[in-house]
Every structure is written in C-alpha cells, then in structure tokens.
Ligand binder design. Structure first.
Ligand code: 0O2
Length: 240
C-alpha cells in the first residue's frame, strides 16, 4: 500500500525548491544588469558597443536531473548547489575576438564577482573545433535572511563561433551524441572557416579603427591650428 502523502512536507519541499531556483534567477538578473551597464557606458565613452547580444537561461529541472545522473551525484539540493555550476547560464555574443577578452576582463575585475574557473576554448579549441571562453563565477545574492553565493556560467564567443556551436549542438543531439565521422570532419572544416572569418573581420575592424583615429586627429588638428593672433581677430569680429 502507498504511504499517505504528508501535506506539510510537500509544502516545505515546494518552498525549498522554489527558493533554490529563485537564487539562480536573481544571479542572472545581477549579471545581466552588470552587462547592461558595461554596454551602455562603453557605448557612451567609446562610441562603440562590443556586445552584439546576450541570452540567459535557468537550466530546466529535467536538465538538472540529467546532469545529476551523468555526474553520479546524490539527489539533494546542497550537493546540486555545490557541484552543478551551470544552472544559471549567460551567453554573450561579441562581434570580434578581442572584444571577448575585453568583456571577460571587465567582468573579472568587478569586486563582487569571484572567478572560480576559466576555460579558454579559443586559445585551446576542443578537438571537434568548438571555440568559446567560459567563466564560472560566484556572485552574492542578498536575500531577506541570508546571502547566497550563486554559481553562474558565462560563455563569451563571437557570432561566428556561436553560429557553429548552435548547429553542432543540434547535430550532436540529433545523432544521440555520436556524430558520424564524415559529418564530424565537415563540422571541423566549418569551424576552421568560422575562425578564418573571425580573423578577417578582426583585421578589417583594426583597419577601420586606425582610419577613425586618424580622422579624429585631423579634426582636432583643424581646431588647434589657429594661432593666437587669428583667434583674437575672430573674437574681435564677433564683438562687432
Ligand atoms: P548544454 O546542453 O548546452 O547545457 P560540466 O558538464 O558543465 O560540469 P564540462 O562539460 O567540462 O563540465 O564544461 P564545459 O566544457 O565548460 O562545457 C559547458 C558547456 O559549454 C556545455 O554545456 C555546452 O553548452 C558548451 N559546450 C562545451 N563543449 C561544446 C561543444 O563541443 N559543442 C557545443 N555546441 N557546445 C559545447 P552542457 O551542459 O554540456 O550542454
């Protein structure tokens, strides 16, 4: 015979689970705000936005369960909190590779962010061609009765890297995690093409920056070439 359900225990469990998931939602809100501030301030100061777009998600309970099984962990919230670091995940897409490191540096320098792990799959791509910069950080969340340091995964990559990774991810699951050899080779070639495109775009970007800097110098030199005697004549003419 089934054991009767204990209503107060179910209610307690529901509250615990909701609080558990809420912490990750709040962590994403905190990190999203930080990214938003960086974007706006950078645009204002440098007339340039290094971030193309940002996507965030809290891992679904099903995916969390799958990871618990994959890692062979006991199913309790404290263990999950300690060992699964990508329940809160943010993906930042940049236009250029140099922007990836710029954004990572700006985030890493923030006092309330603790970098727990950094994996540079750009300098050391995965054998299949995967490229991205991964940070696992901890960020404090101030609740009504406690402070929780919440793990968050930040993936930073270019649009080309993201295009490749999205397709590869779909193919990986379509073939139940065993991609046929010829497709693996094609994907690796595609990753190399994406990399070439990134390198080409970075070169163009640097050229454009040089031209912009030269134009700015020209504009400034236009403004400062007037000798003082000419400036005083201009001032006098204005007075009349
Ligand atoms: P999903 O479905 O995207 O969430 P971990 O299992 O996270 O503790 P791992 O696998 O060593 O440890 O972490 P890693 O290498 O930093 O990878 C974490 C995430 O990066 C993955 O999450 C993927 O989102 C992405 N990633 C890593 N390798 C690849 C790859 O070869 N192809 C693609 N498309 N994405 C990759 P999940 O949980 O594995 O998958």
């Amino acid at each position: 015979m089934d054991t009767p359900l204990d209503y107060s225990n179910i209610k307690k469990l529901k509250v615990e689970l909701t609080r558990f998931m809420m912490a990750y939602k709040f962590a994403l809100e905190e990190v999203n705000t930080k990214i938003n501030i960086l974007q706006q301030e950078f645009q204002y100061m440098h007339d340039y936005n290094p971030i193309e777009h940002v996507k965030s998600r809290v891992k679904s309970p099903e995916s969390i369960m799958k990871k618990v099984q994959k890692k062979d962990l006991p199913f309790d919230l404290a263990t999950i909190r300690e060992h699964i670091h990508d329940i809160a995940g943010i993906r930042i897409n940049c236009s250029f590779v140099s922007d990836i490191y710029r954004i990572a540096d700006m985030l890493e320098q923030q006092k309330d962010i603790t970098v727990i792990q950094k994996k540079d799959y750009i300098k050391n791509p995965k054998p299949n061609g995967y490229k991205s910069l991964h940070l696992i950080i901890q960020i404090p969340i101030f609740m009504s009765d406690r402070v929780e340091n919440v793990f968050t995964e930040i993936q930073i990559r270019t649009i080309a890297m993201d295009f490749w990774a999205s397709l590869e991810h779909k193919i990986y699951y379509k073939y139940n995690k065993v991609i046929p050899e010829p497709l693996q080779k094609e994907l690796k070639d595609a990753a190399l093409s994406a990399n070439e495109l990134d390198e080409k775009m970075e070169r163009i970007h640097k050229e454009v920056n040089k031209i912009k800097a030269a134009d700015t110098l020209d504009q400034h030199s236009d403004q400062v070439v007037f000798p003082p005697e000419i400036l005083s004549i201009i001032a006098e003419t204005k007075d009349h």
